[in-house]
Design a binder for this molecule. Structure first.
Ligand code: DAH
Length: 331
């Protein structure tokens, strides 16, 4: 019987172990046979033999279990070795990645304003009520606050609903002249074909001492910018309202899909709305303690730009990370 214990060590894999287990512990195995043979023994001899066999069973089983663990571990090691990935190997496919269309569009916008010497400001994603609303001429009772569904924290702080608070952060920190853009992430409680709870905006702000900045400056730069982004298009400015600018306007470009003839995308108007802008409201200057200054501001949605440039119909697809979509933007 001792020899059977040594046989455990000779097993090289699970199958061999299982064969041995059946041969020893199985119904017709060696141990069962030995117990059966006991019937010919006398009382004392029988007791002694039974103890011997039970001891054997215990030792065999313990050693067997240990071996089983050893073999599983060795098999796992071997499997891990076999399936290991050498990340230092050069892939024969050598596929290049590409920028996400939102990042690419953002970079292009930044590139334009950087060439004109605008500073790049970041601001904070977590804002307080004063920077996000109050100082932007949106007092608590203002109906325009309904336009933006806000994510609030328990302490009253919030996720900025637009990049406009970066105007306030910059103006309270610096003195005019200011020429800056603020590209960044913003958040609203909104989710459908054209809205996601997280998206990106670029804010622009120009402030000069004295009465020298006019709507003409704003019009010139935005028209030039929109042509840089969208190519050969027409631009028009439509009167609008924003609490932080007065007068306010929205800029439209001639429809990229029908060239202005009218189609489904432009709701048969021939025009696509692309940004909001205006002359900075005097109440905003008052809030940051500026006097005798003039300036303009604008704000745009980066996803909207990216969707128009790349003809992407559903905003949500921008954030699904589907490689089939993203691969189309490699260049
Ligand atoms: N903050 C506005 C929004 O999120 C966009 C905007 C419009 C910004 C006009 C401006 C502006 O600076 O002048 O809808």
């Amino acid at each position: 019987m001792k020899k059977l214990i040594n046989k455990i060590d000779e097993c090289k894999n699970r199958d061999e172990l299982e064969v041995l287990r059946i041969a020893v512990l199985g119904k017709k195995g060696e141990l069962a046979k030995a117990f059966a043979e006991m019937k010919n023994l006398s009382g004392d001899e029988k007791r002694e033999r039974a103890k011997e066999l039970n001891d054997f069973k215990e030792i065999f089983s313990a050693k067997f279990e240990k071996k089983e663990v050893e073999i599983s571990e060795a098999e796992l090691d071997e499997k891990m070795f076999r399936e290991k990935i050498d990340i230092s190997l050069i892939s024969p496919k050598n596929e290049l990645g590409g920028y996400h269309p939102v990042v690419e569009t953002m970079n292009r916008i930044i590139e334009y304003f950087q060439k004109l010497n605008f500073a790049i400001e970041e601001g904070n994603m977590i804002e307080d009520d004063w920077h996000n609303f109050e100082a932007l001429n949106l007092p608590k009772s203002h109906p325009a606050r309904d336009m933006q569904d806000t994510f609030y924290f328990n302490d009253g702080k919030l996720l900025r609903t637009h990049t406009s608070p970066v105007q306030i952060r910059t103006m309270t920190r610096e003195k005019p002249p200011i020429r800056m853009i603020a590209p960044g992430t913003v958040f609203r409680r909104d989710f459908d074909l054209t809205h996601t709870p997280m998206f990106h905006q670029v804010e622009g702000l120009v402030v000069e001492n004295g009465d020298i900045v006019s709507f003409a400056h704003l019009k010139y730069i935005l028209e030039d910018f929109l042509k840089y982004m969208f190519g050969d298009i027409k631009v028009r400015f439509r009167p609008s309202f924003f609490p932080f600018t007065e007068p306010s306007a929205e800029a439209d470009i001639s429809c990229l899909f029908c060239g202005g003839d009218g189609c489904r995308v432009c709701s048969h108007t021939g025009w696509l709305e692309v940004l909001g802008c205006g002359m900075v409201d005097q109440n905003v200057f008052k809030a940051v303690g500026y006097e005798n200054v003039s300036g303009y501001a604008f704000g745009l949605g980066v996803e909207r730009f990216a969707m128009l440039i790349h003809r992407v119909p559903d905003l949500r697809s921008m954030f699904e990370g589907d490689l089939r979509l993203l691969e189309q933007f490699k260049n």
